[in-house]
Design a binder for this molecule. Structure first.
Ligand code: GLN
Length: 551
């Protein structure tokens, strides 16, 4: 097993995740099996309890792991399936060590950060790196380890120390360190400043780690003199100072690194072979070119809760973009704050109300993504109603399916006050109810999480066409509430079709509407399995219908 560690300095948000997945992609294109581990130095056990509006989306894995969104990057770039253990957090490490201490495993010793926590980190990495991730059961050859946070933070110190020790455990020939840093430009002359990078490398070296490569984020390509200076002050070979300047699209990042001979230099350090042909790389290059040559544009109105952090819906955005690549057009997302569509806003803030409805009317399609909590739910229902009545393509994901069902119950079946018991416990018409798979009384662990099977009920539906003739669909879930089984026959007689159900037939997974160009809802979250060259089918359906509506 070879390890490529990617750390970061100066600032967070430099694109460490993209750098790490790009390197992974390049090594995969050499014919090696590549896995990845993301280290998050926070105390939460997992991302499940963290607000997406603070920390970005909670990514969900097949095994039900609720993890950092960077694991989504790895799954998309490397086309792999990760497990919850591929996300290592301080919370997980400490829990494990404290549990072992309570069991008496340490035989009377004082339990300390060094060596107990640092040993556990190293054991964890070695164990998880060998878990097969590409679906055919083979152990990976290379593991990319992304160290979250910035080097020098108090939180990441035990991980930095563990990685320092780790290079000796696995042998220096099997270990490289890539440090991602920032090279800002200051002043009118536009000088590229190297001092922040010098400082962060100093910090790294004080901890006993020397970077093999520096990846420098900058607006413009690094100048030769900047590279020379960095090489001199940071104890890195000049050719190993890589420029990661702004590019036209995300998929160009691996190409940018390749142009600077990165793959060959890493291969040399890790003693990897370079094959004569690299079809995966060629495909990737084609994709990057294709993304730059998209023509025309469609607009999808995304009705959600916003705080200005677009990472909160990262996978949804990716799934829309992947779909647009396949259609061949650009994707424009028009963010609509759900509460602004509600009558209360009309009274209190008429401008906002007009603007929000204007965006809905202008859009080629409407998307209501997943969500929790009451705020904005009524606005989402109004958006679903608008799309249904005006035959505008609609996709509802999880909560987006639930609001579509409630709206239909209210306005088509005439069930006044129909609601989800999540939002109104005393609703006279519970259209969506709490349906845990396990205990009803125990709140912890009642979320239905991870991959579950959906059985299509008929071939005569959009789902059958979009999933290319599959009658069994496996997608990821993250919810507690579901459509009330008692209401199904009434809803169905009125025209709402439940074309996908779980294996018991009790849980509704896919809704469609007859006589509508595209009205589709999924109880699951299809966005998590979307790939750049294989867009998620329900999203593709939306984008395709939105595009058709334009022409
Ligand atoms: N709040 C809803 C539920 O728990 C929807 C969840 C979601 O959209 N992920 O069922």
């Amino acid at each position: 097993m070879r390890y490529v560690v990617v750390s970061g300095g100066v600032l967070s948000g430099l694109g460490k995740g993209v750098t790490a997945s790009s390197i992974g992609m390049l090594l995969k294109s050499l014919g090696y099996r590549v896995s990845s581990i993301k280290i998050d130095p926070y105390l939460n056990s997992d991302a499940g309890t963290m607000s997406p509006f603070e920390h970005g989306e909670v990514f969900v894995l097949d095994d039900g792991g609720e993890v950092d969104l960077d694991l989504g990057n790895y799954e998309r770039f490397l086309d792999i399936t990760l497990t919850r253990d591929n996300n290592l957090t301080t919370g997980k490490v400490y829990s494990k060590v404290i549990e072992a201490e309570r069991r008496g495993d340490y035989l009377g010793k004082t339990v300390q950060v060094v060596p107990h926590i640092t040993d556990e980190i190293q054991d964890w990495i070695e164990r998880v790196a060998s878990i097969p991730v590409d679906g055919n059961g083979d152990e990976p050859d290379i593991c990319i380890i992304e160290l979250g946070g910035t080097v020098g933070d108090i939180e990441s110190a035990p991980f930095v120390e563990a990685l320092r020790q780790f290079q000796f455990r696995v042998g220096k020939e099997n270990f490289i360190l890539v440090h991602v840093s920032l090279v800002p430009v200051i002043g009118v002359v536009g000088e590229q400043k190297t001092k922040p990078t010098q400082h962060t490398v100093k910090e790294l070296r004080a901890a006993g780690l020397t970077p093999d490569f520096l990846v420098c984020r900058a607006e413009e390509p690094l100048k030769q003199e900047t590279k020379e200076k960095l090489a001199l002050f940071c104890h890195v070979h000049e050719s190993h100072v890589l420029s990661a300047h702004d590019v036209s699209n995300l998929y160009r990042v691996p190409l940018l690194l390749e142009e600077q001979n990165t793959t060959a230099m890493i291969a040399e350090k890790l003693n990897l072979e370079i094959p004569a042909n690299r079809p995966q790389f060629d495909e990737w290059m084609k994709m990057a070119d294709h993304v730059d040559s998209l023509e025309g544009e469609i607009t999808i109105a995304m009705v959600g809760k916003y705080t200005g952090l677009s990472d909160s819906y990262l996978s949804v955005i990716k799934a829309l973009q992947h779909s647009a690549f396949k259609v061949g057009c650009k994707m424009n997302i028009s963010w609509v704050e759900a509460t602004c569509l509600e009558p209360e806003t009309k009274t209190n803030e008429p401008d906002k109300y007009q603007e929000a409805w204007g965006a809905i009317r202008k859009a080629d399609g409407v998307l209501v993504p997943g969500g929790f909590g009451t705020r904005g739910v009524e606005g989402k229902m109004l958006a679903a109603q608008y799309a249904r009545e005006n035959k505008v393509p609609y996709l509802g994901v999880c909560l987006g399916l639930q609001v579509a069902v409630i709206e239909f119950a209210r306005n088509v079946l005439g069930l006044k006050g129909a609601n989800s018991t999540e939002f109104d416990e005393d609703t006279p018409h519970p259209a969506v109810i709490f349906m845990p798979e396990g205990s009803r009384t125990h709140m912890g662990g009642t979320m239905r999480l991870g991959s579950r099977q959906t059985n299509l009920q008929t071939k005569d539906c959009d789902a059958f066409r979009l999933y290319e003739g599959a009658m069994e669909i496996h997608e990821r879930h993250r919810h507690r509430y579901e459509v009330n089984p008692d209401l199904i026959s009434d809803l169905e007689s009125a025209g709402l079709r439940f074309v996908g159900k779980d294996t018991t037939g009790q849980r509704m997974e896919i809704i469609e509407l007859a006589d509508h160009p595209y009205y589709f809802g999924t109880q699951y979250h299809p966005e998590f399995k979307s790939r750049p060259n294989r867009p998620s089918p329900p999203f593709f359906g939306l984008v395709e219908a939105a595009y058709a509506r334009q022409s």
